[in-house]
Ligand binder design. Structure first.
Ligand code: PMP
Length: 469
């Protein structure tokens, strides 16, 4: 094991790739094309950097999968996990039992969450947490004598996980096209993506229009049929879609008007990513339920859950009796021990504040400077998420830019150059996105942006050679 810690360690990459291709079905992967190319084998992480089996050092602009908020290589987390495994590696929280890390973490989350959140339901992932939300909101309305309030409204291009309910709440066309999704009782409205707004409309106007689609949908279904609305404060997997500032307050107003429960999926935006503990604070909303996962343990151990606000908790606890839902690993002591140490680090190192007043604003300024590149139509960021659109022809206004033909997969070409230049950036169509670890310093922001610029130059040179620009 110790040898894995050495970046120069010799790995038989070809043999690992062969085994990988023979046995490991990867998530969201075309296995035919993976077998041809071979997977990149990651072997080590330290701070914001990763090393692969061939010794390449790569700056991880994506925090793994939006989760490694405190960076890699935190021995205090591995020690906390080790200690807990030695003491009590597992016990369930069914049948009137509990465990110390789970209780301590639940109490701490209740303190960190915006009022009035006092209760937590633990899961092992964001998907399970959103499945839990579906069960919770329907149970809530059942208990109040309104079982007809059953339908949940999500958004096109939203992402809420990969289980049957998670994928249904999300609005990813590619997911809905496979396996008969969405499941009944889940419908979708459009996303607040200003790039899709009618030309001439201001961002503020568009925010109100996009939120208005929720009111239209509620009226179309009948307010007495709608259980809840779910959305990510900033859409992540959809491509870092930062909504206009007018959007969320208007969504809140509409939910309040029709008594519809509001679920904020903060799997990405929780635990400091936007410079606040939760994105709901920044968006000035008071959701009834908050989904969390990823950053709660910085991904070191799987953990997710739902923060349950007083409106739902009160009904569930006072009127509910048994809630027939839960997982073997709900409140897993090892995962909760990892979370407690992770939260201590975030607090002691004041990472949330750093993103709010120091590195976040710095990233904004540096990232915006990429807008002068001939390939970049629009570059924007909020806290520690950022995205830029690759375009065939630039224009002053975002709506006048000419996009590439989607079939050319320019984003994937650009992603290849990013990797070659030692930076991980994700491509969502032709939108290139980052969500770096919250520990990234200003000097490292400079390094990241320099590598992005170099990769954009390389992409442009390639596209010119192909005759695509
Ligand atoms: N919700 C959001 C907003 C997410 O970004 C994700 C994962 N990317 C999920 C839910 C699902 O979480 P998991 O993959 O842990 O099931």
């Amino acid at each position: 094991l110790a040898s894995i810690k050495t970046p120069q360690q010799d790995f038989d990459t070809a043999a690992i790739r062969q085994l990988d291709s023979a046995h490991f079905l990867h998530p969201f992967t075309d296995h035919g094309s993976l077998a041809e190319k071979g997977a990149r084998v990651m072997v080590r992480g330290e701070g914001i950097y990763l090393w692969d089996s061939e010794g390449h050092k790569i700056l991880d602009g994506m925090s793994g999968l939006w989760c490694v908020n405190v960076g890699y290589g935190r021995t205090s987390i591995s020690q906390a996990v080790y200690r807990q495994m030695e003491t009590l590696p597992f016990y369930n929280s069914f049948f009137n039992t509990t465990n110390v890390p789970a209780v301590t973490l639940a109490a701490q989350l209740a303190q960190l969450a915006p009022a009035p959140f006092k209760h937590v339901f633990f899961t092992s992932s964001g998907s399970e947490a959103n499945d839990t939300n579906v069960r919770l909101v329907r149970r809530y309305w059942d208990l109040l004598g309104h079982p007809e309030r059953h339908t949940i409204i999500g958004r096109v291009n939203g992402y809420h996980g990969s289980t049957m309910a998670g994928a249904s709440l999300g609005g990813m066309a590619g997911m809905h096209a496979q396996g008969g999704l969405p499941i009944p009782g889940i419908v979708h409205i459009g996303q607040p993506n200003y790039a899709e707004a009618p030309k001439g409309m201001t961002e503020a106007e568009f925010g109100i229009v996009a939120a208005g689609w929720l009111e239209q949908k509620i009226l179309e279904l009948g307010p007495d049929k709608v259980a809840a609305f779910i959305g990510e404060p900033v859409q992540g997997a959809g491509g870092v879609i930062i909504p206009p500032p007018t959007y969320w307050p208007e969504i809140q107003r509409i939910c309040d008007k029709y008594d519809v429960l509001l679920i904020a999926d903060e799997v990405i935006t929780g635990f400091g990513r936007l410079g606040t503990w939760f994105g709901s604070e920044l968006m000035q909303i008071q959701p009834d339920l908050i989904t969390f996962a990823k950053g709660v343990t910085s991904g070191y151990v799987p953990l997710g859950g739902v923060l349950v606000g007083s409106r739902v908790a009160h009904v569930l606890i006072e009127k509910g009796g048994e809630f027939n839902h839960g997982f073997t690993y709900s409140g897993h002591p090892v995962a909760c021990a990892a979370a407690l140490e992770n939260l201590r680090i975030i607090q002691d190192e004041q990472l949330v504040n750093a993103v709010a007043v120091d590195t976040g604003p710095y990233l904004k300024q540096k990232f915006a400077s990429l807008s002068d590149h001939p390939l970049v139509g629009h570059a924007d960021s909020l806290g520690f998420v950022a995205g830029l659109n690759l375009v065939r022809k630039k224009a002053e206004h975002l709506h006048d830019c000419v996009p590439f033909d989607q079939a050319l997969h320019v984003g994937m070409i650009c992603r290849g150059y990013m990797f070659a230049n030692g930076i991980i950036m994700r491509a969502v169509g032709d939108r290139m996105i980052v969500a770096p670890p919250l520990v990234m310093t200003q000097a490292q922001v400079d390094e990241m942006v320099d590598r992005i610029r170099q990769s954009l130059d390389d992409t442009l040179a390639d596209l010119i050679k192909r005759g695509w620009v």
